[in-house]
Design a protein around this ligand. Structure first.
Ligand SMILES: Cc1cc2nc3c(=O)[nH]c(=O)nc-3n(C[C@H](O)[C@H](O)[C@H](O)COP(=O)(O)OP(=O)(O)OC[C@H]3O[C@@H](n4cnc5c(N)ncnc54)[C@H](O)[C@@H]3O)c2cc1C
Length: 416
């Protein structure tokens, strides 16, 4: 009898985490990726304009992202994540020139908010407690229904945090998703929200070690393998069509569909998925910096929202960036560089640059999107879904994608 085979379609982090989990349990996996590279929205590539490897976008995870850290432990890549060198996160307000560092303490009791030198200027200790209101969020509520979205506490701390995590205007964002983030980070103590960055690139941390792990455990990975159609029996997926001879599944075989929502809904009739998306724009500038590893700076009242400094480049991130999609690239680069110069004090002329616009970076984390996120199980016994857009309880993040892949793998092992 042939051993069962689990096909995993889509080699983003959801698909890779499902494959890693199953392969580590001795299950035979076959990963199919449409492009010639794994990693999906979280990958590195060689950029000819800069003449160097860069990431499609700066990605930050938090020290409390337990599924992400467990995934990295399993594939042997935890040491690829660095905590930015600064103790705390520096912020700059470009409208006033004000600078401060948010320095949380590690423990559960946030005594740092009692110390005016450690908390955000212009805020009071009880402002911080007001985020707890979000924890009572009813279904369908937006952040602004429960929380006062004005004043220094919002503008200087909550807005940058939620904008980065929801990739959606925070006022309109889902209060439930904001609450989930706050529960797992701000309310869980400083040791859970230390930022972590893939020092040598996303692919070296998340993707290449995962592929090695899958292959070392007997799994196969196929690139340029685009799933074009599925055939269904009453209870099961019966076949996969990659554009060659259709592939029939054996009775014990299963499928994890870890593709973006638009692709999943085209493959599975009647599947409801989120339909609104938001862009993220990144600007990369090749310039030597004094940074030994990586540092990050939050920016208030600028177009730039976060500045990442690597030893060989400066890189900026702008979330919820649909307004910038039609702006000429040259104008964007010049605007970003002007702000980078103000933040860093670097007076050099515009160095070699690249602008990367991810149009559908994430689904829009609006209250109405929550109702459209399916669970991992489907009505077909051998089909599970994975992806940051499934009902993970988190916004579209690495942590959500990895958790969804784990759940899909668990479902397939338990059910079939
Ligand atoms: C610029 C940017 C910045 C971000 N910053 C952060 C951050 O700081 N922190 C954070 O936690 N998250 C961040 N995210 C979100 C994070 O990248 C995603 O949540 C995560 O990578 C999603 O993984 P996924 O596997 O669900 O989906 P994807 O990465 O989209 O993977 C889907 C895969 O399926 C493949 N595919 C599609 N169609 C087919 C087909 N028919 N057949 C076979 N394969 C197919 C695709 O090529 C892709 O590889 C950011 C995203 C972007 C774009």
């Amino acid at each position: 009898m042939t051993r069962r085979l689990v096909h995993i379609v889509g080699a983003g982090l959801a698909g890779l985490s499902a494959a890693v989990k199953l392969a580590s349990q001795g299950v035979r996996v076959s990963v199919h990726e449409a492009t010639n590279q794994a990693g999906g929205r979280c990958r590195s590539y060689y950029d000819p304009m800069l003449g160097m490897m860069i990431d499609n976008g700066n990605h930050l995870v938090l020290s409390g992202n337990h599924a992400t850290l467990a995934f990295l432990d399993k594939i042997g890549a935890r040491d690829q994540l660095s905590s930015p060198r600064n103790a705390g996160i520096p912020f700059v307000d470009l409208s006033t020139g004000g600078r401060w560092i948010v320095r949380a303490n590690d423990g559960l009791v946030p005594w740092w908010i009692l110390d005016p030198k450690r908390r955000v200027p212009g805020t009071r200790a009880w402002d911080y407690l007001s985020v707890l209101r979000l924890l009572r969020a009813p279904e369908g509520a937006a952040v602004s229904d429960l929380f006062d979205c004005s004043g220094p506490f919002y503008e200087r701390l909550i807005k940058p945090f939620l904008l980065a995590a929801l990739n959606t205007e925070p006022r309109e964002g889902s209060a439930k998703l904001a609450a989930a983030l706050i529960l797992e980070t701000l309310a869980a103590g400083g040791r859970n929200y230390r930022p972590l960055v893939a020092r040598d690139g996303l692919s070296r941390a998340f993707v290449e070690p995962a592929l090695r792990f899958i292959q070392a455990n007997g799994g196969k990975v196929h690139f340029g393998s685009r799933l074009r159609g599925l055939t269904f029996d009453a209870l099961r997926v019966a076949g996969l069509n990659f554009g060659e001879a259709p592939m029939r599944l054996q009775a014990s075989d299963a499928l994890i569909l870890a593709v973006p929502p638009v692709v999943a809904s085209a493959l599975v009739d009647g599947l409801k998925v989120p339909t609104e998306f938001r862009a993220i724009v990144n600007g990369h500038f090749r310039i030597k910096t004094p940074e030994p590893t990586v540092s990050i700076t939050g920016v208030i009242n600028g177009t730039v929202e976060w500045l990442f400094a690597f030893p060989d480049r400066l890189s900026v991130t702008i979330s919820n960036a649909d307004r910038l999609l039609e702006k000429p690239r040259e104008d964007l680069a010049a605007l970003m560089w002007q702000e980078v110069a103000a933040i860093t004090g670097i007076a050099d002329a515009l160095p070699p640059w690249q602008i990367v616009r991810e149009r559908r970076a994430t689904f829009a984390a609006l209250p109405r999107a929550e109702a459209l996120r399916p669970g991992v199980a489907t009505r077909w016994t051998n089909l599970a879904l994975a992806g940051d857009w499934t009902a993970t309880g988190l916004p579209a993040t690495i942590e959500g994608a990895i958790r969804s892949g784990n759940r899909a793998a668990e479902l397939i092992t338990n059910k079939t």
